[in-house]
Ligand binder design. Structure first.
Ligand code: CTP
Length: 396
């Protein structure tokens, strides 16, 4: 779902981070156009953004591309979203008050697409009542504010004011154009591979990268849900902007983390690849070769079934399972949906999905089976969220 993103860069030292942001957005497949304020061009050359975005840069110093002087209107018409990052206190104040006296504020005023801002400033400037009033105004005007992080600031002081990291901004941007089909819903997602200890350094795990679970959490967040992610081992990056992320590496720990929250959730999506068995006789100290040539005996016992337990609650959340199979995929998936007593299961082939970038899924509920074409995991997650939204509108 590539989009056209207009990135406005105003004059702050964080402008250098926006170079990385352009790179990340391009990597996600988006088209990026950059517009720079006069001050921003003092921090980073327009040429840098031109090279990274592959598009001409609109700046107050070089507006050669626009023979009719209407480039600022055309740019916003072509864009699906406009993000100003970094956004200085000055730029925010102007936009909050409808002032349009330079390129970025003109773009903001003339746009039709959604606008998000990533403020970057000194901690005292951020806390300043006038700035906070402007932020509140921007939010009430329907803008999205990606709040600054706390940490060391370029001025040498410490506190809130650092622009949100480029990776977080690139992650959160999809929220701008995603329909809010799960607005206000509390969603619990499990993701990644569980790890069952054999001794303090060894264990039993699996090949799940956590990517599908991370994309599901992201897609639920983008659809307006309050998302809690409970995860085992993850190779995939944790999504930004979640309500809560909990590391629960063993199946037992994941079970406890889920059961503490499931009754208070509207939707539970179990994407984690959970070990069916744990080690009954896990050793407190590292197992040593004893020289006898006999390998140690590892005894296994069954883990709780997290999904089935959540589905068996007196008032269960809407439960969605994954059936990762290596053969008889649909048949096993149907049986799993029935056995775990859940309304929706997502069937996929482990050979296609596990540790891979894409996925090919089939959505199975009581009434229908929908085979989706092979696609990226973000796209698969969006399709699953679409189906959940459809089903929960009727069910909740
Ligand atoms: N699951 C779970 N807790 C477990 C095992 C599985 O919550 N202890 C969830 C997974 O997150 C997934 C679904 O149940 O959503 C299917 O898991 P899977 O391991 O494929 O199914 P099993 O019931 O373990 O059946 P089998 O091992 O026979 O494939």
């Amino acid at each position: 779902m590539p989009k056209h993103i207009l990135l406005g860069v105003s004059g702050g030292i964080a402008a250098y981070k926006s170079c990385e942001l352009v790179r990340l957005l391009k990597k996600q497949g988006h088209e990026v156009s950059v517009a720079m304020s006069r001050a921003a061009a003092e921090f980073v050359s327009p040429l840098t953004f031109q090279a990274l975005s592959g598009n001409p840069v609109l700046s107050e110093t070089h507006d050669g591309a626009a023979a009719d002087g209407m480039a600022h209107i055309r740019l916003t018409r072509a864009a699906d979203a406009f993000l100003i990052a970094p956004a200085t206190a000055n730029t925010l104040a102007k936009i909050a008050n409808g002032i349009a006296d330079n390129l970025l504020t003109n773009l903001a005023a003339a746009r039709k697409c959604p606008l998000a801002v990533a403020p970057a400033m000194n901690v005292e400037m951020w806390r300043n009542p006038a700035n906070q009033r402007n932020i509140a105004q921007l939010v009430s005007d329907g803008l999205t504010v990606f709040p600054p992080d706390a940490g060391d600031l370029a001025c040498g002081e410490t506190g809130e004011g650092r622009m949100a990291e480029p990776a977080a901004l690139a992650d959160l941007l999809a929220d701008l154009w995603t329909p809010k089909t799960l607005r206000g819903k509390k969603v619990l997602v499990t993701a990644g591979a569980t790890f069952e200890a054999i001794d303090p350094v060894r264990g039993i795990t699996n090949l799940s990268s956590g990517q599908m679970g991370a994309e599901l959490a992201r897609a639920c967040r983008a659809a307006g849900a309050q998302v809690t992610l409970i995860h085992g081992q993850m190779q995939a990056a944790l999504p930004a902007g979640l309500h809560e992320t909990v590391s629960a590496v063993s199946a037992q720990a994941m079970y406890e983390a889920v059961m503490a929250r499931a009754a208070d959730s509207d939707i539970f999506v179990a994407v984690a690849a959970v070990a069916d068995y744990k080690v009954k006789n896990a050793a407190a100290h590292k197992l040593k070769k004893d020289g006898s040539g006999r390998p140690p005996v590892i005894e296994l016992e069954e883990n709780p079934d997290i999904l089935a337990a959540a589905a068996a609650l007196p008032h269960p959340p809407f439960c969605v399972g994954f059936a990762a199979e290596s053969r008889n995929i649909l048949e096993y998936a149907r049986a799993k949906r029935a056995k775990k007593n859940i309304p929706l299961i997502v069937a996929n082939d482990v050979a296609v999905a596990m540790g891979k970038a894409g996925n090919q899924i089939t959505l199975i509920d009581a009434a229908r089976e929908t085979v989706l074409p092979h696609c990226g995991k973000a796209e698969a997650a969006a399709a699953i969220v679409g189906r959940i939204a459809e089903m929960t509108v009727e069910a909740v």
